[in-house]
Design a protein around this ligand. Structure first.
Ligand code: SF4
Length: 451
């Protein structure tokens, strides 16, 4: 047998999964580890004989990081020809065969909806084949084993893909059209998590509030019409679970029934991530977002009225094609008026297949950078101001562990998803709900005193 066709023995099945991108990718990496239970995990690529890179294609910058990583890994492979390297995630789906052609060091390219095939595909790779497996087979919406890193909190996907086709976004191409998971599978997964000590779940989807919209014409037998509100109610009833979060919500489908449901369910946390993207109606239309800034502002007002103390965070893109100074100023104005608890801010990055990549009036990187810096100055100031309002307040936090940067402090999160650092003397608090009094605040975190 040729040396580079060696299938690893049980003792040297060592897997390194490198994850870029969003929470869905983090979950997919836990699924990869769950599917390959017979591999032990390492975070050091040089120790592994199988490296899988879970990639993100949302921005050019994320892709560039992967290309430079492949370069570094090719040096490791020179010293260890038995090493197999695969690309998973959205770049795999986006570029498919081209990645194998471009990088001879790669053995496998596998899209997010095909990872359930991994164990079989690895058998082929160890026979010396180089494989591409992409597309969106129906089998992708099924429960797969996971190996969870965090025992206290867990992500649970409820809906895959997206049908919205925002003009800047690759997701409908990389993750396919919307497919909701069956409610019973979701509930079973959460029950199993709770049985192993999980306290908090975050229901995941590109648009969680579209959950169930694809069930209407479903042939799945015995399935009753269900929407996101009904799913939240069912998850809220699970014994032992303490907290429920969800990301991401789309403003255009955020109905008043959902606001009422969240306000009435004790376990559902007062935290909503609601991407605005731009404060200019002209740009929102070009983005194909399906709402106006006035609609969004009314929605935030309704949410804040019915869910007291709610924290609202957002995503904002600057430098979209055709964004004039006046449009950008409207974004600054909207941010000042809405006052987000925090904002994830991005420079527009043209992506393959997307409509906006073909738009005229693409802006220079200098203009984008300048606007990004001005926007961050405003969102950071507001986040700091909003956090300072919590000083002297008593908050319930779920303790996640010690602060890795200063282990004399512990860290946990409020129901509103704000990070709190506090001093304590015992690790036995980890995984527990505790009360703290807020005694300090910054842009990204709070300081508390254990009560
Ligand atoms: S709603 Fe728009 S931005 Fe969000 S995943 Fe779908 S297409 Fe992308």
């Amino acid at each position: 047998m040729m040396k580079n066709l060696k299938f690893p023995g049980q003792q040297d099945k060592i897997l390194n999964v490198i994850t870029f991108g969003c929470q869905m990718n983090k979950y997919d990496s836990e699924t990869i580890a769950g599917l390959l239970q017979d591999y032990s995990l390492t975070d050091k690529p040089e120790e592994a004989n199988l490296i899988l890179i879970n990639t993100c294609a949302v921005r050019q910058h994320a892709e560039d990081k992967v290309y430079s990583l492949i370069g570094r890994l090719s040096l490791i492979k020179k010293d260890n020809p038995d090493l197999k390297i695969g690309i998973c995630g959205c770049m795999a789906e986006q570029y498919g065969e081209n990645l194998l052609k471009r990088f001879s060091v790669l053995d496998l390219v596998i899209g997010p909806d095909n990872i359930y095939k991994l164990p079989d595909l690895l058998q082929e790779i160890y026979k010396g084949k180089r494989i591409v497996s992409i597309g969106h087979p129906a089998e992708s919406v099924r429960s797969l084993p996971t190996k969870r890193v965090d025992k206290i909190k867990a992500y649970v996907p409820i809906v895959l893909g997206c049908n919205n086709y925002c003009s800047y976004c690759v997701v409908p191409w990389t993750r396919g059209n919307i497919r909701s998971r069956e409610p019973q599978e979701i509930l079973n997964e959460i029950k199993n998590l709770v049985n192993s000590g999980c306290q908090e779940v975050t229901l995941l989807g590109q648009n969680v509030n579209d959950y169930g919209c694809d069930f209407k014409d479903s042939q799945i037998s015995g399935l009753k019409p269900i929407d996101f509100c009904k799913l939240l109610i069912m998850v809220n009833e699970l014994d032992g679970l303490k907290r429920i979060r969800f990301i991401t919500s789309h403003p255009k489908n955020f109905k008043s029934e959902l606001i009422n449901t969240i306000s009435q369910l004790q376990k559902v946390c007062e935290y909503i991530h609601l991407p605005l993207q731009s404060g200019s109606n002209k740009i929102l239309k070009l983005m194909n977002r399906g709402y106006t800034v006035e609609f969004y502002q009314q929605l935030v007002e309704d949410i804040r009225q019915k869910i007291p103390g709610v924290s609202i965070t957002t995503d904002l893109i600057v430098g979209f094609p055709g964004e004039e100074e006046e449009d950008f100023n409207q974004t600054l104005k909207a941010v000042e008026e809405i006052r987000f608890d925090s904002a994830f801010t991005f420079k527009f990055s043209p992506r393959p297949n997307t409509l906006s990549a073909t738009y005229p009036d693409q802006l220079t990187s200098e203009v984008k950078q300048n606007r990004l810096e001005r926007l961050i100055a405003v969102t950071s100031r507001i986040a700091k101001e909003r956090n300072s309002r919590l000083i002297e307040k008593i908050e319930e936090i779920l303790v996640e562990g010690r602060n890795p940067k200063d282990t004399s402090f512990f860290m946990g999160r409020t129901r509103t998803d704000k990070i709190v650092f506090f001093k304590a003397s015992t690790d036995s608090l980890i995984g527990k709900m505790v009360k703290v009094k807020i005694i300090g605040s910054g842009t990204f975190s709070l300081k508390g005193e254990l009560l």
